[in-house]
Design a protein around this ligand. Structure first.
Ligand code: KDG
Ligand code: MG
Length: 402
């Protein structure tokens, strides 16, 4: 099954998405997501200018060899741009292989391990009261697990809290806006949110919280300890994780489960976190971590060390990534949870898909492949619009961790 053509499709049905479409000689095609929030055109160019020329003429069935060609064969390997481009190719090739076998992707991976994939949604509000109300909306929709974020008193804006609730979009401007950060205020405030949530809704639902890399390890240890009575499912991205051994200090101080990894590009960003059992959930997902072929290695390593998966699934990961992730989640033995931020109706129209939400779970369909397609005619109507995530400064103006 020779690859005869491949193209990059950039579209903006409310937000930017980059997609690769790979076409084989017998007409079977596969698609993969190549979206890297705020850096979309870098990946589009990397694919179109550097990878696609090397792809034409290869056997689409040789997924592993193509992966190794682009990773091991390259002098410049890894990095978010490179691994997102490689992921897009990899997912498109798995889509082709599954379509050729006339099977849903999860069957090729090893078959069904569960009937549905437990997902968590995002509730956020400017105040504790508003966030509590939002969590209630998610409970009413049937969610078993909910991430809760709240504004911090005295700070003009906080990342993770937005005007749009269900279709929350963090890349909010054509040049980066600035948020303000104050660790002391944050650490005082967050336990109040979770105390109020447990007092209001009890302990039936899972609650999660994302710190967005804003703390040091000892501060994260303190927060984890303060949150222990409220039994979080996880505390996410407590610190920036370039220093993997930094998590040892957090671990020494708290039993609150830890999740990290949505910005990791490969197994080399998390091997120590996993093998030293410094985390409980690995969030590196298919689109930013080199595709199914590479994420599978991370998941297997994690399984040995009691670490479970908890894939990133924000709005900036296209429905293609969601479809591929759900097939992976349906199979992977050490599944933990899947993040699920809903896409807008415009996005869903551009990317028709066969997964459905039922009572807190996402269920994959049995369409051959990963079950997501692209309506190219419609995609062409939505032109790329530059959009950035905000940056973060301390109150005295110092640039701070994203
Ligand atoms: O592109 C950045 C978003 O995907 C990210 O900020 C969302 O932290 C996030 C999450 O956990 O979904
Ligand atoms: Mg996050």
């Amino acid at each position: 099954m020779k690859i005869v053509d491949a193209k990059v499709i950039v579209t903006c049905p409310g937000r930017n998405f980059v997609t690769i479409k790979i076409i084989t000689e017998d007409g079977i095609y596969g698609i993969g997501d190549a979206t890297l929030n705020g850096r979309e055109l870098a990946v589009a160019s990397y694919l179109a200018d550097h990878l696609i020329p090397c792809l034409i003429g290869r056997d689409a069935g040789q997924i592993e060899d193509i992966w190794q060609f682009f990773y091991r064969g390259a002098y410049w390997r890894g990095g978010p741009v490179g691994m997102t481009a490689l992921a897009a190719i990899d997912v498109a090739l798995w889509d082709i292989k599954a379509k050729a076998a006339n099977m849903p992707l999860y069957q090729l991976l090893g078959g069904r391990s569960r009937s549905g994939v437990m997902v968590y949604g995002h509730a956020n509000g400017n105040t504790v009261e508003e966030t509590v109300e939002e969590v209630g909306r998610y409970i009413d929709m049937g969610y078993k697990a909910i991430r809760a974020q709240t504004g911090v008193p005295g700070l003009a804006s906080t990342y993770g809290v937005s005007k749009d609730k269900l279709f929350y979009e963090p890349a909010d401007a054509d040049l980066p806006t600035e948020n303000e950060w104050d660790t002391a205020r944050y650490l005082e405030h967050v336990p109040t949110l979770f105390r109020t949530l447990r007092d209001t809704y009890g302990y039936d639902r899972h609650l999660l919280h994302d710190v967005h890399h804003r703390l040091t390890p000892i501060e994260a240890g303190r927060l984890g300890k303060d949150l222990e009575p409220f039994r979080l499912f996880w505390l996410e991205d407590a610190v920036s994780a370039e220093l993997q051994e930094g998590f040892r200090l957090i671990r020494q101080h708290t039993t609150t489960p830890l999740a990290v990894g949505e910005v990791f590009a490969s197994i080399h960003n998390c091997h120590q976190l996993i093998t030293e059992q410094l985390i409980d959930y690995i969030r590196t997902t298919i689109v930013h971590g080199g595709g199914i072929s590479h994420i599978r290695r991370i998941a297997h390593l994690a399984e040995l060390y009691h670490v479970r998966t908890g894939f990133h699934g924000a709005t900036d990961l296209s429905p293609i990534t969601m479809g591929a992730a759900l097939h992976f989640d349906t199979w992977v033995p050490n599944f933990g949870i899947q993040e699920y931020m809903r896409h807008t109706p415009e996005t869903d129209e551009v990317f028709p898909h066969d997964y459905t939400f039922e009572d807190g779970y996402l269920i994959v369909g049995d369409t051959p492949g990963h079950g997501v397609d692209i309506n190219e005619e419609l995609a062409a109507k939505y032109e790329y619009e530059r959009a950035y995530l905000p940056v973060n400064r301390l109150s005295d103006g110092t640039m701070f961790n994203w």
